[in-house]
Design a protein around this ligand. Structure first.
Ligand SMILES: Nc1ncnc2c1ncn2[C@@H]1O[C@H](COP(=O)(O)OP(=O)(O)OP(=O)(O)O)[C@@H](O)[C@H]1O
Ligand SMILES: [Mg+2]
Length: 412
């Protein structure tokens, strides 16, 4: 797929931007703090409804727009996208801040539109698919389980609307169940209705786990291939291992050996949601007394984790920095191929400053992938790090203080 046109209003440091985009590679270059990353963030936001950087979405609104004393401030992101089979779509996200006398950010809301018709936010997903490369991607390996769940969820939600809906329902049921557990602990509610919430929780939870297991299995295969064929000399084998919270032995909490064993079982091809549901039900029941005491649900996909194994050892504990970087690059490159194979259309690649920190071999591998993609948008402070040949085959755009222009002079 290809983004033909991007239009931004009051988004970060862009007051107003109208930008035609070409197929192939586009290099956004310019000094620090000019708006290169903000532009990639805007595209990513339209694709995923999430920002990789902002803590709160109202931070995405241009701060000058927020200072005027108007009662309503609107930020707007619009992309014209062409998909395979010649379909065209107009995607729009509105960020609306209404100052109605309550707390400053209390009146913030978002609206999504596809072809000018209002849709639910989650229905925006899947219309534009992207794979984002950031220098901080290494956190997928070294960061928290929450970082790794977020990676799985955002990637899966771009291609699987059923998964996305189930996940959102699961989170609601989890909240309700936790509230009930607290009430039971305080004595303000009986245990009578708990089984209803537990049943909903395990039913949706097992569907989520089945999908995640299949996702990791498919991605693992491709990651191993890319890692082996393109990035290393085949000396190292890489695996992705699912670590679900399943399989306690009567005491409630599953231990590490349980979790690894259940993860191995889940990753066997053909493991069905019904079989997972049985085990999840047993684990949730075992943990029930403890959950009531804590006022929180301790097992389920909201506590999932997964990890990389390099030659059988955990990469987060034993891998060198370079090995970790290579693994995460293999994962991202695999994600591109996986998305293309699953949907029949190439995702748009967004590369923020990543080329600068790769060594020659990994840089060549990544740029090879860029060459076969329909569209890639890269950022760099110094275009000099790219080869003449690469620059000749790319569209180079200069970013300066929230404006994007064709360069006036030839690039160095
Ligand atoms: N809500 C906002 N309103 C206006 N400006 C903002 C807002 N949020 C961030 N900025 C500003 O946008 C500017 C550009 O940020 P961006 O991260 O896109 O820079 P960059 O070109 O990628 O720079 P670098 O090369 O340092 O990565 C920053 O100076 C930042 O202060
Ligand atoms: Mg930047």
């Amino acid at each position: 797929m290809i983004i033909r046109h991007l239009s931004l209003t009051n988004f970060r440091n862009y007051g107003r931007l109208e930008l035609e985009l070409s197929p192939g590679a586009t290099l956004l270059y310019g000094q620090n703090a000019q708006g290169k990353t903000n532009l990639l963030e805007a595209i990513y936001y339209l694709a995923t409804t999430r920002s990789p950087h902002a803590e709160h979405d109202h931070q995405l609104l241009h701060w000058d727009a927020g200072q005027a004393e108007e009662p309503v401030v609107v930020g707007r992101l619009v992309a014209q996208v062409s998909m395979a089979k010649a379909q065209e779509r107009r995607l729009e996200m509105r960020l609306i801040l209404e100052r109605n006398g309550r707390s400053r950010h209390g009146g913030f809301r978002r609206e999504a539109l596809v072809d000018r018709r209002k849709v639910r936010l989650m229905d925006l997903l899947g219309n534009l698919r992207v794979v984002l490369f950031l220098p901080e991607d290494i956190q997928i390996i070294t960061g928290s389980p929450g970082d790794r769940r977020r990676y799985m969820d955002i990637t899966l939600c771009q291609i699987d609307p059923v998964y996305c809906r189930t996940l959102s329902q699961y989170n609601k049921v989890l909240e309700q169940r936790n509230a009930l557990l607290r009430q039971i602990a305080e004595g303000s509610s009986s245990q009578d209705v708990l089984p209803i919430f537990t049943e909903k929780l395990v039913s949706m939870g097992s569907q989520i786990m089945a999908r995640r297991a299949a996702f990791l299995r498919e991605l693992a295969r491709e990651t191993q291939r890319v890692h082996y064929e393109m990035l290393t000399d085949g000396r190292e084998t890489i695996r992705l291992q699912y670590l679900p919270r399943l399989g306690g032995h009567g005491t409630g909490m599953p231990d590490t050996a349980d979790i690894v064993a259940q993860g191995e079982w889940l990753q066997v091809e053909g493991t069905e949601a019904a079989a997972i549901k049985k085990r999840l039900t047993a684990t949730v029941h075992q943990a029930q007394a403890q959950d009531i005491a804590r006022g929180a649900t301790s097992v389920g996909p909201h506590r999932d984790d997964w990890r990389f194994l390099l030659n059988g050892r955990a990469l987060s504990n034993y891998g060198s920095r370079g090995q970790q970087r290579t693994a995460v690059l293999a994962l991202k490159m695999a994600e591109i191929n996986w998305m293309a194979a699953t949907t029949g259309d190439q995702p748009v690649l967004l590369l923020d400053e990543v080329v600068a920190e790769l060594d020659a071999r990994r840089r060549a591998a990544l740029l090879q992938t860029v060459r076969t993609a329909h569209q890639t948008i890269l950022t760099a402070t110094d275009p000099g790090m790219f080869t003449r040949e690469f620059l000749d085959n790319s569209t180079c755009l200069h970013v300066e203080n929230g404006r994007v222009n064709l360069p006036v002079t030839n690039l160095p």
